[in-house]
Each structure stands twice: as C-alpha cells, then as structure tokens.
Design a protein around this ligand. Structure first.
Ligand code: UDP
Length: 264
C-alpha cells in the first residue's frame, strides 16, 4: 500500500491527500480535547461513531439542498471530502443557553433563548478562538458580505433541520458549531459546509432526563462518554448495538452505575 501524504493533523482528525485532485480524506481519531486542548484524553471508538454520525447528518443536509464537502464514507474511520479553503470562523448556533454564553453573560444553563442565536468565533487556537462580531469579519476580510449571507442563512436552515431531526429521537439540540469552506470554479467561488457534525461539536440533551449526550461528558468528567455517543448513533438508527428496548428512556447515570459497578 502506498503511503498517503498527511496534510494536517488536528485535535480530533487527520487530513490526508485524497485519491483525486481536489479531494481530501478525513480520518477520525479517538482523541478528545477540551478547554483549548488543556484537557486531553481519548474516548474509545469515538472516531468510528463520529465518522458515521457526520456522514448521516451531512447526507441528510445535502437532501435539503445544503452544499457540503462530503463525498462518501470510505471505511470505519475515514471519509472522502471535497477540498475547500476553510473560512477561519467557527459559527456557533444556540437554541438553549449552555457553555461559554452562560459564563460570559451570567445566564443559567438550560434557559431557552428568546430566539436562535448565531455567534462567530475567530478560529485561532493561540488566541483561544475569541468571540467576534460580523464587523471584525468584514474589517479583516475573513469572509465577504455575500459569503456571510450564505453562511448565516445556511446556519439557520441547518439548525431548523437538525432541531427537528434530534427532537424526533427525543434529543434537544442545545447548540452546535459549524465550519464552512470555499470551493473555486474558475473565477467564482462558493461556500460549502465543511468539517464534521458530531457530538464533539454539538450539545445534545435527552429531552426527558436532560442527560448530556455529547462532549460535555468529557469536559465535565461526567463519565459514560462512549455510551452517550453510541446512544446518539443508535437513536439515529445508524448503529445496531441495541440492547435496550425501543422507546425506552435512556438513563446514562444508570449505565454508569452498571459499568463502574458503583452505586450512585
Ligand atoms: N464548540 C466546538 N469547538 C470549539 C468551541 C465550541 O465544537 O472550539 C461547540 C461546543 O461543543 C458547543 C458549541 O460549539 O456545542 C458552543 O460552545 P461554547 O461557546 O459554549 O464553548 P465551550 O463550552 O466549548 O467553551
């Protein structure tokens, strides 16, 4: 087998040169980081699950007309995607207050926001991904006005679709992060959805128990992150390791107790 050229290694993924020009292979690792990589660990099997969840979500988004970089899944941990010039902005969509907005504005976690909020963060690890305004994006030319129109309208459409998709499986979509990239066609460029959508970059709460089913389990040392990621995939119907009855309310704390042989 020929060795592939590695283009980039990030916190949760490695990018390799793809088989054809303009393509890239995304390899999903089990590595997990939080708090700007100050906390490091692994979540066993996370890469395999995130590869599948992201494939599923990107495919469904393409069915509602969102242009994405996803081409096809290659194997358990890899997917083939279109090469895009990543726009250096993390787009965060929030429906319910959690995480940094609670700290910044003194809002209680779990508070439903009056309406969906879109925030922009400048993608720069050394600066800790600072919150920015659209004016900064225009001022420094990170994206032009037309691109920002496309990004914000896609973010809202993606949110509307994903809120419904997760509600159908009893999961509240609290917030999530998106990244976009540019693809070029002669003199023209257009914006497409890039990166991944998985429990690494979303906050997902069980609608009945409010149990966290995302990377906050790792960030907050709650344990049971493998079970949580698996459960999201199972409910989406993309993993068949179903040993609980259909429709049963999932209780991670019960799983944790069982797994660790401890009582609560
Ligand atoms: N997020 C992400 N990558 C980042 C920062 C945030 O995927 O570098 C996701 C995070 O998982 C959450 C949402 O974006 O679903 C909002 O994150 P927040 O601003 O609350 O930051 P955090 O709590 O991670 O500091």
């Amino acid at each position: 087998m020929t060795r592939r050229r590695q283009i980039y290694e990030g916190k949760a993924k490695i990018l390799y040169e793809g088989p054809e020009p303009g393509t890239i292979i995304q390899y999903f690792k089990d590595d997990a980081t939080a708090f700007n990589a100050q906390k490091k660990g692994t979540i066993n099997g996370k890469g395999v699950i995130n590869n599948r969840i992201s494939e599923y979500v990107f495919t469904r988004l393409s069915h509602i007309g969102i242009p994405t970089h996803f081409i096809r899944r290659l194997n358990m941990r890899e997917q083939l995607v279109r090469q895009a010039e990543i726009i250096p902005i993390e787009v965060v969509v929030r429906n319910v207050a959690a995480g940094s907005i609670c700290k910044r504005l003194g809002i209680e976690e779990g508070e439903q926001l009056p309406h969906t909020l879109i925030e922009y963060y400048y993608k720069d690890d050394a600066l800790g991904d600072p919150l920015i305004a659209e004016e900064h994006i225009a001022c420094f030319g990170w994206a032009n006005n037309e691109e920002m129109q496309d990004i914000s309208s896609m973010a809202i459409r993606i949110n509307d679709f994903m809120v419904g998709m997760f509600a159908a499986i009893n999961i509240r979509l609290v917030d999530f992060k998106l990244e976009f990239g540019r693809v070029f066609d002669g003199d023209y460029s257009r914006v497409i959805l890039a990166d991944e959508i998985s429990p690494d970059g979303c906050r997902l709460w069980d609608m009945e128990t409010n149990e966290k089913m995302d990377k906050d389990r790792f960030r907050q040392d709650l344990g049971g992150e493998e079970d949580a990621y698996n459960e999201v995939a199972r409910r989406l119907g993309i993993l068949q390791n179903d040993d609980s009855g259909p429709g049963e309310v999932f209780d991670l704390s019960a799983h944790r107790t069982k797994l660790r042989g401890k009582t609560k």
